[in-house]
Design a protein. Structure first.
Length: 152
């Protein structure tokens, strides 16, 4: 695959709770380009309403480790005791179909992808303020207070 193909790789990044999911939903709903959402893999348990292969590929820690060892991930990292990663096969499949591949990943993952594919288009999503980011995270009710990050 040539580097030109990766000009159709679009990375939507930002901190957890900034609104990446909302941006991706709107793009998938309204953008006239042929888009392909790369589904990430994780070792965390599904949240209420999340579907296998639609929201994430939910892998057991041993499965994730084996795939990481086999080089199956374009990028991956551990966060809050769970692993998250972008499967190379997801990106390759979308590009092979001639689509614009969307990655919804954090900033650190973006940097790892850009090392391999510097022609990727990056879009950073910002919540507007630290207060708005905190409000959004609390409204999700997916994390407990004991998992909160300490103040900088």
């Amino acid at each position: 695959m040539t580097s030109d193909a990766y000009k159709r790789l679009v990375i939507i990044s930002g901190p957890s709770g900034a609104g990446k999911v909302d941006v991706v939903r709107e793009l998938l709903k309204n953008c006239p380009l042929p888009l392909y959402l790369s589904i990430s893999a994780t070792t965390r348990k599904p949240r209420l309403g999340e579907m296998e292969g639609e929201d994430y590929f939910f892998l057991a820690p041993e499965q994730f480790a084996a795939r990481r060892g086999a080089g199956d991930f374009l990028e991956c990292k551990e966060y809050a005791g769970n692993w998250y990663g972008t499967l190379q096969s997801q990106v390759t499949a979308g590009l092979a179909e001639g689509k614009w591949v969307l990655l919804e990943i954090d900033v650190e993952g973006t940097m790892a992808v850009l090392e391999k594919h510097p022609d990727a288009l990056t879009i950073f999503v910002h919540s507007g303020s630290v207060e708005e980011l905190e409000r959004r995270l609390r409204a999700r009710k997916t994390e407990s207070e004991d998992r909160a990050c300490p103040a900088a």
